[in-house]
Design a protein. Structure first.
Length: 288
């Protein structure tokens, strides 16, 4: 009979090692024993979480912490010198938490394992049971987005989805396998705008004579977001804007004229001189 191997539970959470001195886990059976109020220890019974993994609630610093059993076993018994963030079940059985069935991996390796070894197929697009749109509808949505005459919310209302869902399609965060739209990295941590779009918005706000609300509709932004770009409260690393001193890029302005000829007056846009206007005069600055 194999001798049991019990070790104190330890789990990494957000890079920090948490030691559960009142709990132990056994190597061969993966049983977890609690010594809180039990001198000889009491075996805990895992419950399956919403996606089918055995889960236990352990007490740490007077708070309940929910942990997957495979995470407990891996962090307690399997070294992680490369600091890999995830634990993979080699045979794909979520309830099989034996040490020999677990391996450290990255998120992409975990996904690739599901495709290559377990034969799990992609659930992109219409075959995803939660998809509310069809490929035909997404293609029509892209045509509406390119036309630029409706807001994200208006398009969403037509197809029974939110404005945010339409924004995700436009910026490549969803349905990109169909639309081929590339997701733009969030340069400032908050926005999906590309640098080129920011320059366009900036120049339209200053030189086209359009109301900020109209510009916002075209790009799916609020008036406040457009105003922040115009006035140099955001994206200054892209626009080069200094408060009260708009930075004019003639090349970009000329390209905007050819792209949006109906938006510009026939008069040439002259370089703006430093303005002696109180920043508090919002009606002037926002063009409302």
């Amino acid at each position: 009979m194999t001798e049991e191997i019990w070790k104190d539970v330890q789990v990494y959470r957000k890079g920090i090692l948490l030691k559960f001195d009142d709990y132990q886990v056994e190597y061969y059976t993966q049983q977890v024993k609690s010594f809180k109020r039990y001198k000889e220890g009491r075996i805990l019974k895992p419950q399956l979480d919403r996606v089918g993994y055995p889960d236990l609630s352990l007490r740490y610093n007077q708070k309940d912490v929910n942990l997957n059993l495979h995470k407990i076993v891996a962090d307690t018994f399997i070294p992680n010198p490369e600091n890999l963030p995830e634990v993979n079940h080699k045979n794909g059985i979520k309830t099989d938490c034996r040490v020999e069935n677990l391996e450290r991996c990255t998120h992409s390796q975990n996904i690739q394992h599901a495709y290559d070894v377990l034969g799990i197929k992609s659930t992109k697009g219409e075959i995803n049971g939660q998809a509310k749109l069809t490929e035909a509808k997404v293609k029509k949505i892209c045509r509406l987005l390119d036309a630029g005459k409706l807001t994200h919310q208006q398009i969403g209302d037509i197809y029974g989805v939110t404005g945010s869902a339409i924004s995700c399609i436009q910026y490549g965060k969803s349905w990109s396998h169909l639309t081929k739209r590339v997701h733009t990295k969030k340069l400032n941590g908050r926005s999906n705008l590309s640098e080129a779009e920011v320059i366009e918005i900036y120049n339209l706000a200053w030189f086209s004579g359009l109301k900020l609300k109209e510009i916002g509709k075209k790009y799916g932004l609020s008036v406040g977001s457009v105003a922040s770009i115009k006035l140099g409260y955001s994206w200054t690393s892209v626009t080069g804007h200094i408060r009260n001193h708009p930075a004019i890029n003639h090349g970009t302005t000329e390209s905007l004229k050819s792209k949006f000829p109906s938006l510009f007056n026939s008069q040439e846009v002259e370089p703006l001189q430093p303005l002696n206007v109180d920043i508090a005069d919002l009606d002037y600055w926002l063009g409302v």
